[in-house]
Write a protein that binds this ligand. Structure first.
Ligand SMILES: [Cu+2]
Length: 148
């Protein structure tokens, strides 16, 4: 029966595909009750397959301090994944990169640049950087938008 090995290989292929699709990344997002762009960033994460645990906070500065977000890196919402902060309107690509960087405490897009995920205003695209904060206290540019 020459077809059997092919069938088995197909099943394995299909199964591995299923496992990958089912790997949900969960992120906690802390935000202010009235923050619209925070909700838009949450929608963006969900659209990209993240499971989002939404936390409405009264005191965001306390949350940022707890998570080690330096004031100069601060934005509106503060995400937490694998114990690391994701501050502000960070694109998914860098969140995935953060998961491979045990040397980092977190990453941030400071302020609220127009054109970042959740901050879309038509075609307006302001330049912004995703900054990584290392455990050593050093900062590094993880990505520089717009990418060329
Ligand atoms: Cu915002």
């Amino acid at each position: 029966m020459p077809r059997k090995p092919i069938t088995a290989a197909l099943v394995v292929l299909l199964m591995s595909g299923t496992v990958q699709a089912a790997e949900h990344l969960t992120i906690d997002v802390h935000r202010d009750a009235n923050c619209g762009c925070c909700k838009d960033w949450i929608t963006y994460l969900k659209d990209n397959g993240f499971e989002v645990r939404d936390h409405v906070e009264r005191n965001m500065s306390a949350v940022k301090q707890d998570q080690g977000v330096l004031p100069r890196l601060a934005s509106c919402h503060t995400g937490v994944i694998d114990g690391k902060f994701v501050e502000g309107h960070v694109p998914v690509a860098q969140i995935l990169e953060l998961r491979k960087r045990p040397d980092l405490l977190g990453i941030a897009v400071s302020g609220m640049p127009a054109g970042s995920p959740g901050m879309e205003y038509g075609n307006v695209k302001h330049p912004y950087k995703v900054i990584g904060l290392a455990r050593s206290g050093q900062e590094e540019t993880i990505a520089d938008y717009p990418l060329d």
